[in-house]
Design a protein around this ligand. Sequence first.
Ligand SMILES: [Zn+2]
Length: 357
Amino acid sequence: MFIEYLEEILENEKKAMGEYRFNCPFCGEEKAKFYVQSDEPFLWHCKHCDQSGNPIKFIMKYNSVGFDEAKEILKDFGYDVDNISSSNFDNSFSSELTDSEKMILAIKHRHDSKSDAESDSAIELNPINPPYNVKLLPHNMNNPEALPYLDYLHKRGITDDEIYRYNIGYTPLSSVTTKEGKNVMIHTSIVFFTFDDSGRMIYWNTRSIDKNAFIKSFNAPAGKDEYSKDTSIFNLNNAKKTGSIIITEGVFNAITVGISGVATFGKQVTEHQINLLKDVYEENNDTKFVVFLDNDAYEQKERLGKELSNFSDNVYIVSNPYKEKDANDIGRKEAQRLVSEARKYSYKNSLLAMFGV
Ligand SMILES: [Zn+2]
């Protein structure tokens, strides 16, 4: 295919959402500004020199050949121009872009051209694959196999409405390969999905319903260009619409505190995650941020408060008097009461809290 040909001849390949990127062969830039669609009709566009075209135009330019010869070259690696033109496009597949092709490119690059300069060094992340053999509880509410999972969730205070809202999954048995190449078996587990703003699943983690499970919870392993527990936040897509974000460590806590609850997959909130929260602030300056990390995450709580207060003065910290218990342990009603009584973050209060005053 056309992409395989490009992979052979171009450098600095990067995979992005629905696109491949390379160094542009025409202007010689070296930051992979040459974008190519990963599917037909494989339109390409260099954001550095602004040249664009379809595969035919690419071959003509790159190999300095005419239209007919370019067509033959494309045919050699299984790309039949005549077929493509009739099935995919309203206009003849010439070396120039048709109006609809130009429009596709324009739409595709409309939102990212603005932030182009700052996103130069940012890696574009891909969603990770779901584990195999996962079923969605909303599709299996009457399936006897799903009963133990539903039962477990109900016992932890999760309602059927929430099972639908978060599209919670389960797997009797699955396995994944870690970055180190090890196989990890996942037994009788709930599977939680993290979605992006467009509702696309980008990350998942699991929780075993078996008390004696060797692996109780498992965060999906991610490659370096994939979403990970450090670069995604559970339920941020829903919570941001509510005008407040309640930041917890784990998915059960996030669901317990309600639709504004998000989970960071641990007490160490990463810079990337803080930037995601900052994006929410930038979309809506009135967003209220409530830090509800577990009690053992004492310093992390104050530090996160400080980081958030760098851009927002609407930051609150929950103090939880139930020492060993997290939001899910203390139950919905009490957890929500603590949220409503959260203290406003200030540097001074934070110092006092640190010294236990
Ligand atoms: Zn270029």
